[in-house]
Design a protein around this ligand. Sequence first.
Ligand code: CDP
Length: 246
Amino acid sequence: MSEEIPRLIVDGKRLDGRDFDELRPIKIEAGVLRRADGSCYIEMGKNKIVAAVYGPREVHPRHLQDPSRAIIRYRYNMAPFSVEERKKPGPDRRSIEISKVSREALEPVILKELFPRSGIDIFVEVLQADAGTRTACLNAASVALIDAGVAMRGMITAVAVAKVEGEIVLDPMKEEDNYGEADVPFAFLIRNGKIESIALLQMDGKMSAEEMKKALELAKKGAMQIYNIQREAIMRKYSREEEEVE
Ligand code: CDP
């Protein structure tokens, strides 16, 4: 029997009442884990994610060390209880791919040359998933890296755009991701408050060149809003630390 596809847009609004260019509610908190060098908790809609950064620290096994720069490792992991059908623990093809593209998005932003022979480990744990986890994870990882004091060229800020019932919509949630016509996660390098380049771009489904242009504009608009929330989270963490010192 074929599954019935729900209407995703009714009277110009999305299932959760959002406009096409509206993000889900976002909450970001830096420095949530005591034992990590840097950490971050993020909620983007129903996604709940923790990022932890360790390093720069000595790399083991030693033969992996690079005498000219730090090596970056990124592990994306979904908790078994994070999705509707229990996720089998451990890496799978999807999480290995997400870890790889996310590491590649972050690597050029980290000033690796400043930390020869060392390693920077980034762990992201998805506690609850509702579409757009790879982008939410990158947002959290970026804040956690800054929280760890890792020197960076800028901030990585990520958001997905989808095509749903012929409309281009920002930050799709699960139903839109499942039943939509396309899903396009973006990550941007933002420097001095300006989008400098695209750090990640993937595409699942089909979009015309015109729609893709529109998707990019929408993603940039959403990314600037997320960037401000990332910055606020870092500022709050630093002012908290200052108060503690006083
Ligand atoms: O999470 P993201 O959109 O970056 O990646 P995806 O592969 O497009 O997955 C979309 C969503 O499908 C995830 O966010 C989860 O909510 C869900 N999913 C799931 O229910 N079970 C899995 N094993 C993997 C993903």
